[in-house]
Ligand binder design. Structure first.
Ligand code: ADP
Length: 475
C-alpha cells in the first residue's frame, strides 16, 4: 500500500479538501451543462413548433382559397416535398373522422391521440406533444390545430437531426464530465497539498520540540498570508513558552537556593544539640531551639508568601473588600518602623493627607506597605533619609510614595525587581528573600492599583503606588 494511504491519507484535510474541490467543481459543471442542455432543447422545440405552425398557416390559406380539396392536395404535395419520412399531415373533422392524409406508411404507428383532440376542442388553442416512435428509435413532434372552423390538422415532424445533435451533446457531456472530475481531483489534491504545506512544516517543528529543546522555530515566509501568520503566531507562542520555562527554571533554582541556607542552619543546630558535650546546659539548648524556631518561621514565612503570590496570580486568593482608612494605616506603619529607622540614625518622615479611604484588604495592604518601608530602611545606609507620602490625585486616585536616599536601583532592573526571587547583585549581602516586592505588586494589582519605581534626585529611589480612591468616611 502506498505510504500516504497508510499514514491516514483518507482522514487528512488534504483528502477532504480534494473531495470538496472535485465535488463542487463537478456539480458546478453539471449545472452549467444541464442549463445549456435545457436551453438548447427549448430553442430546438420552439424552432420545430414554429415550423409546424408555418405549415398550418399554408393549410389555412389554401382552405380559404381552394376549400377542402386544395388542403387534401397540399397534404400530399407538402409531405412529398419535405420527404414522407420527415413529415406527415392528417386532416380530420372535429368528430375525429380522418378525411385526408399524406402517405402514412412510415408513420403507421402514430395513432390519433384522442386526448390531444379533446384538449384542442376544449381550448381551441394549438396543442403540441413529443412522441417516441418505437420502430424508428427517434422522437417526433406532433401538433393538433384548427385550419378551418371544422377542420383539424394533425401533423408530425421527425426530429432525427435534432435528436442526433442532442444525443451527441449528451455523449460529449459524459466524456467531458469524466475529464472534469479527474482534472478537478488532481488539481484539488495539488492545491490542497500546496495550501497545507505550511501546516505540515508547523507540525514537523512542533513534533521536534521537547521540554529540553525549545529553540526550534517554524520558517516564516513573510508573505503575510494565513499560514505565514499562523507560523508567526506559533513562533511567538514558542518565544513566550521558552521565556516562561526559563523563568520557572530560574525560580526553582532560587527556591532551592533560598531553602537550602535556612535548612542547613536548622540541621546545624540539631547536630550541635546531638554532639553537645555538656548535656546539662539547658540554656544552650534553649538558644538552639529558639534559633531553630526562628529559621523555621523564616522558612514558613517564605513559603506562605510564595503561596499568596501564586494563588493571587492564579486568581484563587481570597482578598477581603472592606473600607480601609489608608491615612491611618500609613501613619501606623510609619510608627512601627520608627525604632528600626532610629537604630540606623535614618531621618524617617511622613506627609500624609488625612481621612483618605479605599476599599480593600487591610491585612494585605499592610504587608505591601510594610515591605516597601522595610526595603527603604534596609537598603538606605546609616544617617540617610526615608520619606513617606500619601496624597489624593484628583477624585479617582490615591498615591503613596516611599522615597529613600539609598543606593538606587539599576534602571535595567526596574521591572525585574518585581519578579519573584530577583535580587540585585549589590543587595546579595543584605538579608532578604527577593519576594517582598513581588508580593507587594501582587497585592496592589489585586486592588486594581499600580506600583512602579523611579530614581530620585538624591541618588536613591522612590516607589510609587496608586490605588483607586473611594470617597467615604469610616465611622
Ligand atoms: P529582598 O528580600 O531582597 O529585599 P524584594 O523583593 O523586597 O526582596 O526586593 C527585590 C530587590 O530589589 C532587592 O533585592 C533589592 O536589590 C532591590 N530593592 C528593593 N527595594 C530597594 C530600595 N529601596 N533600594 C534599593 N534597592 C531596592
Amino acid at each position: 500500500m502506498p505510504e500516504f494511504f497508510r499514514t491516514g491519507f483518507f482522514r487528512s484535510i488534504a483528502f477532504r479538501l480534494t473531495v470538496w474541490y472535485a465535488g463542487i467543481f463537478s456539480i458546478s459543471s453539471c449545472v452549467a451543462f444541464g442549463l445549456f442542455y435545457f436551453l438548447a432543447t427549448q430553442t430546438i422545440m420552439n424552432q420545430v413548433d414554429q415550423e409546424l405552425m408555418d405549415k398550418a398557416g399554408y393549410f389555412r390559406t389554401i382552405i380559404s382559397r381552394s376549400g377542402i380539396v386544395g388542403a387534401q392536395n397540399l397534404a400530399v404535395i407538402e409531405a412529398q416535398a419535405a420527404g414522407e419520412k420527415q413529415v406527415f399531415f392528417r386532416l380530420l373533422y372535429p368528430t375525429g373522422e380522418v378525411f385526408a392524409s399524406s402517405s402514412m406508411s412510415y408513420w403507421k404507428d402514430v395513432r390519433l391521440d384522442k386526448k390531444m383532440v379533446d384538449r384542442l376542442m376544449k381550448s381551441r388553442v394549438t396543442v403540441f406533444n413529443t412522441l417516441h416512435i418505437a420502430g424508428q428509435e427517434q422522437n417526433a413532434r406532433m401538433m393538433y390545430t384548427f385550419v378551418a372552423s371544422n377542420v383539424i390538422l394533425h401533423t408530425g415532424l421527425a426530429m432525427n437531426a435534432y435528436s442526433r445533435f442532442l444525443s451527441g451533446f449528451k455523449k460529449i457531456f459524459s466524456i467531458s464530465m469524466g475529464f472534469v472530475i479527474l482534472f478537478s481531483a488532481v488539481s484539488g489534491m495539488f492545491l490542497s497539498r500546496q495550501a497545507l504545506y505550511g501546516v505540515s512544516a508547523i507540525r514537523a517543528t512542533a513534533s521536534t520540540i521537547t521540554g529540553s529543546n525549545l529553540d526550534e522555530r517554524v520558517p516564516e515566509s513573510g508573505s503575510q498570508d494565513e499560514l505565514d501568520l499562523l507560523a508567526v503566531t506559533f513562533n511567538r507562542m514558542l518565544d513566550r513558552i521558552s521565556a516562561l520555562v526559563k523563568s520557572m527554571r530560574e525560580m526553582s533554582d532560587n527556591i532551592a537556593h533560598d531553602l537550602k541556607s535556612p535548612l542547613t542552619r536548622i540541621r546545624g543546630f540539631a547536630e550541635l544539640a546531638l554532639i553537645q558535650e555538656t548535656p546539662g546546659d539547658i540554656e544552650s539548648y534553649r538558644t538552639m531551639a529558639a534559633n531553630t524556631i526562628e529559621e523555621s518561621d523564616h522558612l514558613l514565612d517564605m513559603i506562605n508568601t510564595m503561596l499568596v503570590i501564586s494563588r493571587a496570580e492564579a486568581g484563587e486568593a481570597e482578598f477581603e473588600c472592606a473600607p480601609v482608612d489608608l491615612s491611618a494605616m500609613i501613619i501606623d506603619a510609619w510608627d512601627l518602623f520608627v525604632p528600626l529607622a532610629e537604630d540606623k540614625q535614618i531621618t524617617f518622615t511622613q506627609q500624609v493627607d488625612k481621612g483618605v479611604c479605599i476599599q480593600g484588604d487591610a491585612g494585605m495592604l499592610q504587608r505591601a506597605f510594610a515591605n516597601l518601608i522595610d526595603n527603604a530602611i534596609k537598603y538606605t545606609p546609616e544617617k540617610g533619609s526615608v520619606h513617606l507620602t500619601l496624597q489624593t490625585c484628583g477624585k479617582a486616585l490615591v498615591e503613596i510614595g516611599v522615597k529613600d536616599s539609598g543606593p538606587g536601583i539599576d534602571p535595567q532592573n526596574y521591572q525585574k525587581i518585581f519578579e519573584r526571587f530577583f535580587r540585585e547583585e549589590s543587595s546579595r549581602t543584605t538579608p532578604g528573600t527577593g519576594l517582598g516586592l513581588s508580593l507587594a505588586k501582587t497585592i496592589i494589582e489585586q486592588h486594581s492599583g499600580t506600583i512602579s519605581v523611579q530614581p530620585c534626585e538624591n541618588g536613591g529611589s522612590i516607589f510609587i503606588v496608586t490605588l483607586p480612591h473611594r470617597n467615604f468616611e469610616i465611622i
